[in-house]
Design a protein around this ligand. Sequence first.
Ligand code: PLP
Length: 391
Amino acid sequence: MTVLRSRYMTVERIPLNRSSLQGNELSYVQEAISTGHSASKGPFSNRVVDLLRTELGAADILLTTSCTSALELSAMLLNVQPGFNVIVPSYTFVTTASAFARSGAELRFADIDPVTLCIDPDSVSALIDSSTRAVVPVHYAGRAADINRLAPLVEAHGNAALIEDNAHGLFGSHGGSPLGSFGRFSTLSFHETKNFSCGEGGALVINEKRDVARAHTLYDKGTNRAAFLDGRVDRYTWIDQGSSFGMSDLLAAFLLGQIEQRTDVMGRRQKLFTRYLKQLSPLEASLGIEVPPISGTHRSAYHMFYVLVSGEGRRDAVLRELNESGIGATFHYQPLHRSEGSRPWVKRNFDCPISDSVSSRIIRLPFFNTLTDSECDRVVEALSTALSHTA
Ligand SMILES: Cc1ncc(COP(=O)(O)O)c(C=O)c1O
């Protein structure tokens, strides 16, 4: 770990994210090795799936190599192809969009709401039509997108499905129901930066029974292996499209150790979020920042803590100063409606001023399960100092 030395003392760098063990990860990995089943759909995968299925009330769940691959699997399941369009927020990670583009869909970029930073239903309403196959909200930073307005919009367009990119939102809720339980499918990420991690990993959450059998086929590389293992056929073969999406049981074992500690992890993250908020909210006017909104009917998954500052030049100067003082603060997504990679998949220009503005003004602060109270306070102090230099 980088150690910075000032004239008077030695201070450790506070990274944006730090991986940590939460419970039985290592003993479970050892057990998984000794069972001899290290491929997908092993005993630890079954335990993770059972736990998540109960928490989310899902019809079924498939553990995947990443959230990206789960999004790709959802595109395959919807038979996304040229002639369809898919609506995603401009302000999101690349693969929320590219997972659908690679199936040949036209991409349409919606703007985000300036308060929640989630997809704006008014913007979706202006883009949706009878060729829309999917609308893909992201529950940004673990806070619910406006499902109450998005779900009826999607329902009113018969061909379209709601797919929640829930990379940030596991164990958050909206109106008492878990994030990830509203769409036909939702996807999870267990990448090292997420609240619960196995290095790289993800899941496809299947919320409708009608999709379960085909989802297993596509997941099993396009074969009827699931029917073979259940004794419904006496050999298995190629029957549909598919790919190799499965998470190794070794990773599932590690992940189980993390997810079993969900009450502690979520409690700690909520405390840290509240600590940042309590210290920074009273300074909003004097420091010229905006802090994330506190939700009423939502329970956040507390994935991230960020502030918005007044302009890009100021944001970049503050980030420089924070990084020089050993604080691993950073920016976030670059708006996808301006991206080079999206060009082959779009048919028009999109105007997403809020995505542009947020992307140029956001500062993400260190936020992870083992961040200590004193580290959190050091971040606030360094942020306040840097902001006062750029007022
Ligand atoms: C909103 C969103 N969707 C999808 C992903 C991709 O997740 P993964 O790295 O598990 O593929 C990310 C990654 O951070 C993300 O932020």
